[in-house]
Design a protein around this ligand. Structure first.
Ligand code: DC
Length: 231
């Protein structure tokens, strides 16, 4: 695509809404960096679980707080050029962070103010030069309130659970649909009701309900919205 002044694209929405698919696709089209902020909260949860500080739903907040600055997260493109991996303190944790256990942990650690503060700091640093597509829950509201393009994705809980269920099955993870659906609903509740930066649509965000949209139609729609902003 033609050269333009780089912008920040903020994509927020519920879990399993296809945020990362659309964000990756737009980043590739625009030649932008893609940042998956959910992966950052997941990596933080994995770190906490491995330390034994997140156990049966209770978190040792004090221990995590003392070590929060030891958590270093970065993204690195795969050598084959197909996507990127998440690294936690130098270790590739891309697969380890995609389990239901870690998803639940991420939903918990992300309620803590000091965790969010540290993640937001790292995210703002990543977007300093713009030319970035970042997805998450608070990107258009907290991380980049002045982002030039803000999208807010939604889809029904059943559609999202079905997508997540198929994804987990494809990865060989043993699960049943009702568990996945209740997990999606629990996470929606926590994401929208937490005291710190709850998920909400920024006033100037464009809402896209993709329950009935094909990935191709959504891709085209987002591409057009992006072009309108940069042309
Ligand atoms: O998008 P995801 O499922 O990978 O996100 C994992 C968890 O992290 C999810 O429960 C919400 C939380 N999260 C957040 O609080 N803020 C973000 N910017 C991104 C994710």
């Amino acid at each position: 695509m033609t050269s333009h002044k780089p912008i920040i694209v903020a994509i927020d929405g519920y879990s399993s809404c296809g945020k990362s698919t659309i964000a990756k696709s737009l980043a590739k089209y625009a030649g932008y960096t893609y940042v998956d902020t959910g992966a950052m909260y997941r990596a933080t949860a994995l770190y906490t679980i491995r330390k034994g500080w997140l156990h049966e739903g209770s978190i040792d907040e004090q221990a995590l707080k003392e070590h929060i600055h030891e958590i270093n997260i970065r993204f690195q493109p795969r050598p084959n050029g197909q996507g990127q991996d998440t690294y936690l303190n130098g270790e590739n944790v891309e697969q380890a962070i995609r389990t239901l256990e870690v998803a639940n942990g991420a939903s918990r650690v992300s309620t803590l103010g000091f965790v969010r503060q540290e993640m937001v700091r790292q995210q703002q640093q990543m977007g300093e030069k713009k030319g970035i597509v970042m997805d998450g829950r608070d990107i258009g509201t907290v991380v980049f309130p002045h982002a030039e393009l803000k999208l807010f994705l939604t889809a029904s809980a059943e559609v999202r659970a079905q997508r997540r269920y198929l994804e987990l099955q494809a990865k060989g993870e043993n699960c049943n649909f009702n568990d996945v659906l209740s997990n999606v609903m629990e996470r929606d509740y926590r994401d929208t009701h937490r005291a710190e930066s709850p998920l909400r649509k920024a006033e100037d965000a464009i809402e896209i309900d993709n329950s009935q949209l094909t990935p191709e139609a959504q891709d085209e729609l987002v591409k057009q919205l992006f072009l309108k902003k940069v042309q």
